[in-house]
Design a protein around this ligand. Structure first.
Ligand code: MZP
Length: 501
């Protein structure tokens, strides 16, 4: 006979936190969101920790190298999507690992033969005011000059005037040589009151630009997620088909941690993949697995050797797995059960396996709830897809900007390996949709605002760390009428009233 669960499963929106005692020390500035990324033994330190409990989803529309850099700068980590060729994924990982904080490959470049009209078009498109002028208009060509907004006046100059006529020429430029440190570059910028400093190799080819504002940002980000060589941390998605080729390539490119990307992790395919990695690399390679939604699934992956375990089936904003196949579980219920299994496993073995709550975070307070329910960190797709740094197009419709966001199980992504159960190498039916999400601006501002709320709620619960929150949290289910009570109610909101005062 089938097993029946007598209680329905629940989502985050059906819960609230009840405040606990907040002492005078319980202020957001004292909160630490540091959290383990991979398993560790009781009394030991995890090999990798994050400074904020956020990771970005293993998705084409979310985790490219640009987002990975922006998130690592805040203290989290991205998992570069695996639904691309091994070469392309490795190249993305390599770009993150070779990025030197403060040294950027110039992404606004023209040649001396371009015109003022080209400068105006490029500036409007990128929003960048500094354009490197190289002999062939590429990021690493021989540097001929620089154009900034101080070099031209649109009202006084003809649009077809050649760049070479008005650029600041190479002879008048101050530049740094390959090998200069960020500190030295910044001193030159400071001494000469510059906004940017080109860095050149022996032949005069442009390598990087150092911008004054980037140095300031670097200095003001004490939470950056860095490896022992001060390079940004980055993760990468793998699948249960081509791991024998993909894993070595990603490790060679410098990936710090891997994660099996699958809609359903309680399978022999994951066991084989984890066993192969352990056989080849022992415990030196860190790899997460999932997704599971119950105790049995957790136990299975724990015993297969996963370094962290991801929870969630069917709760992703673009996911239609529950509609298509009738499998899944409310995210909150799944998380609560798996975290209890993790604690049980820890008590039995002394090994703590971090849990990642994957998908279904809609409100910022869902983050705090998921952490309180036992998650060590959260994987988000829709949330990050809205930001400037996600790899998708920004689209303007009826005065509002949107970003594109599509599921890995959609026809657009065609990530059949994520749904693979050992059948034909194709996507037989869709489990995800192609969509738009409202554009929300830069990652930094949004993450700062969301985490300010998380820290504030933690203080309300009397907790200064995530483990403390998990210990002290008091969580209640809410009735549908108390959900109504929780929003503005029984008033006419001014912005919706149509009245003008
Ligand atoms: P969300 O943050 O947009 O709610 O959910 C993101 C998560 O949805 C991903 O991390 C992944 O686990 C899951 N996902 C990605 N693609 C699909 C799909 O096409 C999906 N069904 O469910």
């Amino acid at each position: 006979m089938a097993i029946y669960y007598n209680e329905p499963c629940h989502t985050f929106s059906e819960y609230l936190l009840i405040p606990g005692y907040s002492s005078a020390e319980c202020v957001p500035a004292n909160v630490s969101l540091r959290t383990p990324l991979v398993k560790f033994k009781k009394g030991e330190e995890p090999a990798i920790s994050l400074n904020i409990p956020l990771v970005s989803a293993i998705m084409q529309s979310v985790s490219g190298d640009r987002l990975a850099l922006a998130l690592a700068r805040e203290g989290g980590i991205s998992f570069i999507y695996g639904s691309q060729s091994i070469e392309d994924e490795s190249a993305m990982v390599e770009r993150v690992k070779s990025y030197k904080a403060g040294f950027v490959v110039s992404d606004s470049n023209l040649s001396p033969e371009n015109t003022l009209a080209d400068v105006i078009e490029l500036t409007a498109r990128t929003g960048h005011n500094t354009i490197a002028i190289t002999h062939n208009g590429t990021a690493n060509g021989k540097l001929c000059g620089i154009v900034t907004s101080r070099d031209y006046r649109v009202s006084r100059m003809e649009p077809d005037l050649k760049v070479k006529e008005f650029m600041t020429p190479f002879e008048n430029l101050i530049y740094g040589k390959e090998g200069i440190t960020l500190k030295e570059a910044n001193n030159v910028i400071w001494d000469h009151k510059l906004n940017s400093l080109p860095i050149l190799d022996e032949e005069g080819n442009l390598l990087y630009m150092v911008f004054r504002k980037d140095y300031d940002t670097h200095k003001s980000n004490p939470l950056e997620a860095l490896d022992s060589h001060k390079r940004y941390l980055v993760g990468a998605g793998i699948n249960t088909r081509d791991y024998e080729k993909r894993v070595p390539a990603l490790l060679e490119a410098g990936a710090d941690v891997l994660c099996i990307d699958s809609s359903e992790g309680f399978s022999e395919w994951q066991k084989r993949t984890l066993a192969w990695i352990r056989r080849e690399y022992g415990d030196s390679v860190k790899v997460g697995a999932g997704n599971v939604v119950d105790r049995e699934g957790f136990r299975f992956l724990a015993e297969c050797g996963a370094d962290f375990i991801k929870v969630g089936i069917g709760g992703g904003s673009i996911c239609i797995t529950r509609e298509q196949k009738g499998i899944g579980r409310g995210q909150a219920t799944a998380l609560i059960e798996v975290c209890a299994a993790r604690d049980e496993y820890f008590n039995e073995t002394g090994v703590y396996i971090p849990i990642c709550s994957d998908g279904g975070i809609v409100q910022d307070y869902h983050m705090t709830l998921a952490l309180a329910m036992g998650a060590d960190f959260l994987m988000l797709g829709r949330y990050f897809a809205r930001f400037d740094e996600s790899p998708t197009a920004k689209i303007h419709v009826n005065g509002i900007y949107y970003k594109e966001y599509w599921g890995e199980g959609s026809n657009r992504a065609r990530n059949w390996q994520r749904y693979d159960l050992g059948g034909a190498a194709k996507l037989s039916f869709e489990e995800g949709v192609d969509s738009y999400v409202p554009y929300a601006g830069p990652l930094h501002d949004n993450v700062a605002a969301s985490l300010a709320k998380v820290c504030s709620t933690m203080c309300n619960c009397g907790a200064l760390t995530i483990p403390e929150l998990q210990e002290k949290a008091k969580i209640t289910l809410v009735s549908s009428t108390s959900i109504v009570e929780g929003g503005a109610h029984d008033v006419i909101r001014k912005e919706q009233s149509g009245f003008h005062s």
